[in-house]
Design a protein around this ligand. Structure first.
Ligand code: ADP
Ligand code: MG
Length: 259
């Protein structure tokens, strides 16, 4: 898998009179991790929803593998992209193991179902949730739910993986682990789109950073080019200092505080 997964061209989204997204244009490539950043309410989840095909844009077009997204069937999409939503609601009382198994549903009746057991085991280990599979999903902590849902996404074994704030509820080690998983997926040719609030985490692990502000894509490029003090200060409305990580040289974003 090389080349372009998504071509997003002039995409806009309006609800009533409100402009949620305006004229967003970008390509999303296989084999790379794209971090989607921006303040609360900027339009990140809406853009992700447009990429998943769950939200129809009110302007512009999205191509997936060169074909208009609106022409893809639900089943084709389920075999092509896996999505971790911001809120992991499960309506019924499933076990965590059941939730992970749901990731294999799109492959029922196909040759790839032969790999179900192995993929579920791998995903469970990778997301560090083996000790949780027997638990009632609703009884899990927010972070545990997020990791079980990540295992479900990994078990789906798709060439595109989209994660909306996967680290929001996670402790330090698991935050790092999720981004290492994202990197591994990209190394295996998958396209990974991940919404993050932690700009240092985005800078450390993403190939590309897309910054969204008030529905507009205000910057797209390498972390060091996008995550400048000036831009972050302006977009987030709070002063920051950007330093280079001592080990990696990647940007680290620190809020500026008065002494
Ligand atoms: P983000 O994920 O960047 O925090 P969202 O994409 O969830 O932001 O939302 C962007 C903005 O659009 C927010 O102000 C949100 O309240 C608004 N919004 C999203 N969906 C709808 C909708 N269906 N109706 C009205 N407003 C919406
Ligand atoms: Mg969101």
């Amino acid at each position: 898998m090389t080349g372009t997964a998504f071509t997003v061209c002039g995409v806009g989204y309006r609800v009533g009179g409100a402009r949620i997204l305006d004229d967003v244009t970008l390509d999303i490539a296989y084999g790379r991790v794209l971090a989607l950043v921006g303040p609360n309410g900027a339009g990140k989840s809406t853009l992700l929803g447009i990429l998943t095909g769950d939200v129809a844009p009110s302007a512009g077009e999205v191509l997936l593998d060169g074909r208009p997204l609106r022409n893809w069937s639900t089943r084709e999409l389920a075999r092509t992209r896996a999505v971790l939503l911001q809120a992991n609601h499960v309506a019924f009382s499933f076990s965590a193991g059941d939730v992970i198994e749901m990731g294999r549903a799109p492959w029922i009746g196909t040759e790839r179902a032969d790999a179900d057991e192995q993929l579920i085991a791998d995903a469970t280990a990778r997301a560090d949730v083996a000790h949780l599979t027997g638990r009632d999903y609703p009884s899990l902590s927010g972070g545990e739910k997020a990791r079980v849902s990540l295992a479900r996404v990994l078990a789906q074994d798709t060439r595109i993986v989209m994660l909306d704030e996967p680290t929001a509820a996670l402790d330090l080690r698991h935050q790092e682990e999720v981004l290492r998983i994202a990197r591994d997926l990209a190394a295996r040719g998958r396209a990974v789109v991940v919404v993050l609030h932690d700009l240092s985490l985005a800078a450390a692990y993403a190939d590309d950073v897309a910054m969204v502000d008030a529905g507009c894509l205000v910057a797209l490029g390498a972390p060091a080019d996008v995550l400048t003090e000036e831009r972050i200060g302006a977009v987030y409305g709070t002063p920051v200092r950007v330093i280079a990580d001592l080990d990696t040289g990647r940007p680290v974003v620190l809020p500026r505080r008065s002494a």
